[in-house]
Design a binder for this molecule. Structure first.
Ligand code: FES
Length: 82
């Protein structure tokens, strides 16, 4: 699974590097290092929302620090367990 986090200027200002750091921790905590990779991307075209994020070729979603853990559980862990 590939998680793409936007590091374009708007998302950067909204904290995309904090999101990447926390995602990296969550991946380690769940021992998913061999299943999930994080990539950066320049502007996913959804700048008016919080930090843009995408799983594989899925739709562009958005997360902030308070919704990241829920996002990780629903979009990453639950999907990997399917
Ligand atoms: S800068 Fe992230 S969607 Fe545009």
């Amino acid at each position: 699974m590939e998680i793409t986090v936007c590091v374009g200027s708007t998302c950067y200002l909204k904290g995309s590097y904090n999101i990447i750091n926390r995602l990296t921790e969550l991946i380690k905590e769940n021992n998913l290092e061999d299943k999930v990779v994080i990539k950066g991307a320049c502007c996913l075209g959804n700048c008016c929302r919080p930090v843009s994020i995408k799983i594989d070729d899925g739709p562009v979603l958005s997360v902030d620090e308070s919704s990241l853990e829920k996002f990780f559980k629903e979009q990453v862990i639950d999907k990997l367990n399917k």
